[in-house]
Write a protein that binds this ligand. Sequence first.
Ligand SMILES: CCCCCCCCCC(=O)SCCNC(=O)CCNC(=O)[C@H](O)C(C)(C)COP(=O)(O)OP(=O)(O)OC[C@H]1O[C@@H](n2cnc3c(N)ncnc32)[C@H](O)[C@@H]1OP(=O)(O)O
Length: 185
Amino acid sequence: MNARRDLAEAVRELASAVAVTDVDDPDLAQAAASARELTKLLRERQLEDVPRTPYDEAVGATHYGWHLDNPALPGLTMVFEDGRATATIPDGLGKAYAGPPGKLHGGVGALLLDVLLSSLVQHHGVRAVTASLTVDYRAATRLDVPLRITGDIVGRSGRKVETVGALWCGEVATVEARGLFVQVG
Ligand SMILES: CCCCCCCCCC(=O)SCCNC(=O)CCNC(=O)[C@H](O)C(C)(C)COP(=O)(O)OP(=O)(O)OC[C@H]1O[C@@H](n2cnc3c(N)ncnc32)[C@H](O)[C@@H]1OP(=O)(O)O
């Protein structure tokens, strides 16, 4: 793992710990001061944009990483096989992504599905943006169990690509999505 990715992972771990820490105020104050010191160090040199895998690298790829170096978002490594996209989150997303107590916030589920479906469309060589994403929440998603995300292309007409996807908790599809992507450029 390179230094940037390792840092992103460490900051995700930090955010996850901060979200549910119960230490006393003096320790919170010390942690805040330490965090601000690190922020100062990292602001010494800043990029114009978030470094990421170029979109074009998804075309025909077998693996594609999304925001792996950006700790503000859950990174996702996708696998493309037989025209379908799959991603696994082996340790679950963790408590920081809660919406209802102990369960995944719906917006995060929608985000992950949009990421996977848009990457799948790009994998098929279509430069497209999300025009519409319809999400059905079928069951609450646990935060402490492995998750899987799948996506397929189900239709194409002119500039439009229709997709379906799901977030799986074991054998249960807890979130289902239909995404319409429209080719641009
Ligand atoms: C270069 C990018 C490379 C990869 C990007 C990765 C993206 C990652 C995923 C994202 O987060 S994208 C960010 C969120 N999405 C946006 O910001 C898109 C904002 N919307 C737009 O830019 C335009 O509305 C859009 C390009 C989607 C469509 O505008 P256009 O003027 O190019 O197309 P037009 O309105 O003529 O529609 C083309 C077809 O799509 C249909 N359509 C467009 N928007 C629709 C919609 N919302 N629902 C249903 N159908 C829709 C429209 O009816 C029409 O169908 P027909 O060809 O059958 O007539």
